[in-house]
Design a protein around this ligand. Structure first.
Ligand SMILES: CC(C)(COP(=O)(O)OP(=O)(O)OC[C@H]1O[C@@H](n2cnc3c(N)ncnc32)[C@H](O)[C@@H]1OP(=O)(O)O)[C@@H](O)C(=O)NCCC(=O)NCCS
Length: 168
C-alpha cells in the first residue's frame, strides 16, 4: 500500500537508533542466577521493534529473527544494554540489528553478550503491508551494515526457498 509523500521521505539511520536497558532480576534468571536465553530474546525483539517503529512510524510485526549466539552470560544484578539500528529497508520489510552488552557497574566492565538481525514488516491496523521509507547510512559502519544486510536478505531468501522445497 502506498503512503503519503512526507511519510516516505528517506531518513538517516541515526534518527531511529534506540537503546534499552534492563537490570537482570531473579525472575529473569535460572536457578544459578544466569539470565535466561528466552528473556534475552524477548528484550532483543523489543529493542529491535523500537528502532523499526521509529523508522517506519507505523505498526510492525517480527517476520524473522536470524541465528542467535550467546557469547557471554549475564547474571542477576547486571545491567543489560541493547542497542538497535535499522540496517536496511527493502520494500515492506526492514532489517534491524541489535547488539547486546552486559555492564557490571560494581567492577566497571562492559562485555558483548549477543548480536541479532531481525526482519520487521510494517503493517496498518487492517494488517495490510506498508511501504517503508528508505534509510540513509551516513557512517562507514552504517554503510557496511547496509551492504551486509543486502547479502543476508539473499541468504534468507534462499533458505526460505530451500525449506519450502523440502515441504513439498
Ligand atoms: C511476516 C508476515 C507479515 C509476512 O507476510 P507474507 O504475506 O507471508 O509476506 P510476503 O511474502 O508478502 O512478504 C512481505 C515482506 O516480508 C518479507 N518476509 C516474509 N517472510 C519473511 C521471512 N521469513 N524472513 C524475512 N523476511 C520475510 C518479504 O521478503 C517481504 O519483504 P519486502 O516487501 O521488503 O520485499 C506474515 O507472515 C505474518 O504476519 N507473520 C506473523 C508475524 C508475527 O506474528 N510475528 C510475531 C509477533 S510480532
Amino acid at each position: 500500500m502506498k503512503r503519503n509523500d512526507d511519510l516516505m521521505m528517506p531518513r538517516p539511520v541515526r534518527d531511529s537508533q534506540s537503546e534499552m536497558a534492563e537490570i537482570v532480576l531473579p525472575n529473569d534468571a535460572n536457578p544459578l542466577g544466569a539470565l535466561l536465553g528466552g528473556r534475552l530474546m524477548h528484550w532483543i525483539d523489543m529493542a529491535g521493534a523500537m528502532a523499526a517503529h521509529r523508522h517506519s512510524r507505523n505498526y510492525v510485526v517480527t517476520a524473522a529473527i536470524d541465528h542467535l549466539d550467546f557469547v557471554t552470560p549475564a547474571h542477576v544484578g547486571d545491567l543489560v544494554i541493547l542497542r538497535s539500528s535499522v540496517n536496511r529497508v527493502f520494500h515492506t520489510s526492514m532489517e534491524v540489528g541489535v547488539k547486546v552488552f552486559v555492564e557490571n557497574y560494581l567492577v566497571d566492565t562492559c562485555q558483548h553478550v549477543s548480536s541479532a538481525y531481525l526482519t520487521f514488516v510494517a503493517i496498518d491496523a487492517g494488517n495490510r503491508h506498508l511501504q517503508i521509507p528508505a534509510v540513509v547510512p551516513e557512517t562507514d559502519e552504517q554503510r557496511r551494515r547496509y551492504e551486509d544486510a543486502g547479502r543476508r536478505r539473499e541468504t534468507r531468501r534462499l533458505e526460505l526457498e530451500r525449506r519450502r522445497t523440502l515441504k513439498r
